[in-house]
Each structure stands twice: as C-alpha cells, then as structure tokens.
Design a protein around this ligand. Structure first.
Ligand SMILES: *Cc1c(COP(=O)(O)O)cnc(C)c1O
Length: 428
C-alpha cells in the first residue's frame, strides 16, 4: 500500500499541531511510521487520502457501532443543522434523548449531557465528592477515565502507550487524593478503604476494562466492589464511556447485573459527535446546579446536532436489540479465527473478549490487570500491526487498546481479516 499523501499531510500537520494530531493515540508513536489520514468512511470501511480501503476495527474508538456514515444518524444531523446549530437555550430534543437513555439503562433517573467522556467522568467525581462530602477517590491502574487531572495517575490508553501514566502538570495536591488499586483484586480495594477510613468519596472503574486491551471483570469482582462501597458509604461509579450502549442496551449494569451509583457515558451515546453524559438516581443527581450546590455547566452541552446524532443512534439500538447479539456473534467468530491461525503458526498469544470488544495480547500469561497486560511482547505487536495494515486491516496502533467491531462488518470481512492474520502470523 502507498501512504504518500498521508505522509505529506502529516508533515504539514506537525508544523502547526503538536505531534501532528489532536489526540495522542492517533499518532503511530508506539508502532512507528506515520499515521493515516482519512478521506471518508462508509459502513465497515475507511478510505484514506491515498485511495486505500481499510477494514476498520477502531470505529472512531467506539462510537460507530453501526458503521460509518450510518444513514439515519447522518440524516438527523443534516436536518437539525438547517435549523441552527446552537442556541444556549433549552431544546426539546435534549429531553427526548434523556428520556430514552433513562429507559434503556437500569438504575438511573436523571442524566446530564456534556461534550466528552473526560468531562463526564470529571463531573461524576465532583458530584460524588459533593454528595458524600469526602475527598479521596479510588481508581484502578490501567483504567482510563479521560485526561482530567485526578485520573492521570497510572492511567491506561494513550497515557500508558506513551509512557506517561503520571503526567507532569498534575499537582501533588491533586494526585494525593487519587488512590490506586489493582484491577480484579478486591483485597487491594479493601486495604485502601481500611487505610483511609471515612475519606473515600467514590470508586471509579471501567466495569469491563478497555484501555489496557480488553479485560473482563473476574467472577464476583464487581459484586465485591458493590458490597465494599455499600459497607463504607462510598459511591460506585461505572465509567461506561466505552461499554455503554455497546455491550448491551443497559451496558455493564445490565450485562453483569450489578448496580452502580453513578454511570458515565461517551462514544456511542453521541453517534460520532462530541457527547458525554453522566447519570444516577434522583437523590444524587439533584445535588447538581441549578437544583443543588455541585456546580457543572457547558456552553455547548446538549448541542442540537450532537443530540440529534445521539438520539438517532440510541433509537436504532433501542429498536433492534438483536444488534448486540449479532455483534457478539461476529466478535466470537473473529476470536476463534484469529486464535486458530495464531496457534497454527505457534504465535504465543492471549485473546480477551466481551461482546463486541476484543484484544489480542502477545503474552503467555492470562491478561487480567495492568501488570499482566504490560508483560505482552510489544515488538511482536508492532510487526502484527504493520502486517495487518499492509493487508488492509486497521487496528489500534497500540497494544493497550481494544478493537471495536461494528455491525456493518460482514462475515466476508471477518474472513478477510482472519486470512490477513494468517499471512501476518507466518512472518511473526
Ligand atoms: C474514551 C474514554 C474516556 C474519555 O472520553 P473522551 O471523550 O475521549 O474524553 C473515558 N473513559 C473511558 C472508559 C474511555 O474509554
């Protein structure tokens, strides 16, 4: 494949944008080479500026669960745009999407919309602190909750890909209020709670982790967290920015039957426009301004274009819940195919999967937390990434990211992907 135009555009971008990208995970720093510039996308395919067609397993890092340029979403945005793109005043569509989200997701009464997953998580933690009147939070190593200060402590995703899980610029004062636990290890949480009696406002977690590759919760882990939180008057926040409206209509709360106190959303809920949201039962949400004392605001929050895209997306998912089964079946098929060809070529690997989230780790040990994720062979991953790309398959340019399937993928696309994997495996 030729990437001439992409490389040209990248060198122009680097002159005026730090690193040439507006979000670090888009750069190919972890795998080498220049990032690919997209011209357009449709369904399961990306078309780059050099005219290459790629089967897309990133799907904008999750939002495009039904494929790119999905007709009802595009139409909803165009129709809305013609009526004005922002007012800073209430619009009826905000209530429509809020009501739909509250219907689809268990255990929430009210929801507030923001502009990104980062903002959702940041606001959720402020709300938890305001509600409990406690300061400290517990997060898990390798989990990513956006780039706000409190979360850049052993963070996953781009933060770990680029070796800066603890970012300069985060003050010691902020960092000391973020306590770090180990994913899938209840004892580590219990110990932090015991050491900080009556100081912990909330535990925030990716209930199925997706930012250190895909790591499912082990049996009893989420239930155990629920119990620890209840016993110690701590709020449990499920960061469902990645998993919400992807693993099930009601997300992980529905899938694993564990209730959270506050849930955050992003990605799918915006249908590809910049949207985040956080939700909880009434008693908690009523602490927010203008009803309560916890301040939170946004000039473009609930933006009509964003709400139109999100509502169109949620409507599609709500009306056709078979989508989740269909996606899970496709992902299982891919899992089996990849495992088969890698094993036949004696490539040491572990594949993790939940629903339409899947990750391939070049690792001998099971990947259950950040430490075991970090043990994987990064050189093998680099070769694998570039090999797949040369075969027209686009996966995330980092071993610490999950692949997201979209329902526009056909079994023929999956077979092509497995075949590509087979060719690449023979050279690993
Ligand atoms: C992507 C992501 C975020 C951050 O969302 P942005 O929209 O990028 O700010 C937060 N939490 C999780 C679990 C995510 O995957």
């Amino acid at each position: 494949m030729i990437y001439k135009r992409s490389s040209q555009l990248f060198s122009e971008a680097q002159k005026v944008i730090p690193g040439g990208v507006n979000s670090p995970v888009r750069a190919f720093k972890a795998v080498g080479g220049d990032p690919i510039f997209v011209e357009k996308a449709k369904g399961a395919y990306l078309f780059d500026v050099d005219g290459n067609r790629l089967i897309d397993y990133i799907n904008s890092w999750g939002p495009m669960i039904l494929g790119h340029a999905h007709e009802p979403v595009v139409k909803a945005v165009i129709d809305k745009a013609e009526k004005g793109t922002s007012f800073g005043m209430p619009t009826a569509i905000e209530t429509d999407i809020a009501a739909m989200a509250v219907r689809m997701v268990p255990n929430i009464d009210k929801i507030r919309f923001v502009n990104s997953g980062t903002e959702a998580c940041m606001s959720a933690v402020r709300l938890a602190r305001g509600f409990t009147r406690k300061d400290k939070i517990i997060k898990f190593a390798g989990c990513y909750h956006g780039h706000s200060d409190s979360f850049l402590i052993e963070a996953g995703s781009g933060a770990v890909t680029f070796g800066v899980p603890n970012s300069p610029g985060v003050t010691e004062g902020t960092a000391k209020d973020t306590l770090l636990a180990t994913y899938n290890d209840l004892k580590s949480v219990a110990q932090l709670i015991a050491e900080n009696v009556d100081e912990i406002a909330c535990v925030i977690i990716e209930p199925v982790a997706g930012n250190m590759g895909c790591i499912p919760p082990t049996e009893g882990f989420l239930e155990g967290l629920r119990k620890l939180c209840d016993e110690n008057e701590i709020l449990l926040i499920f960061d469902e920015v990645m998993t919400g409206f992807r693993l099930a209509k009601g997300g992980v709360q529905e899938l694993y039957r564990v209730n959270a106190d506050i849930v955050t959303f992003g990605k799918v809920i915006g249908g590809g426009l910049p949207v985040g949201a956080f939700a909880a039962r009434e008693e908690i949400m009523n602490h927010l301004a203008p009803l309560g004392p916890v301040y939170q605001a946004g000039t473009l929050s609930g933006n009509p274009l964003a709400m139109a895209a999100g509502l169109a997306m949620l409507t599609e998912l709500n009306e056709n819940s078979k989508i989740f089964e269909s996606l899970a079946a496709k992902t299982e098929y891919l899992h089996k195919g990849i495992t088969k060809v890698l094993s036949e070529n004696n490539v040491i690997h572990t594949v993790n999967r939940v629903g339409s989230m899947i990750s391939v780790h070049f690792s001998e040990t099971p990947v259950t937390d950040f430490k075991t994720a970090a043990l994987a062979n990064n050189d093998t991953f680099k070769k694998f990434f570039h090999g797949m790309l040369a075969e027209g398959v686009y996966i995330a340019p980092s071993a610490f990211e999950t692949w997201f399937l979209c329902d526009a993928l056909t079994y023929d696309d999956l077979d092509q992907t497995i075949l590509a994997c087979k060719k690449v495996a023979s050279n690993l």
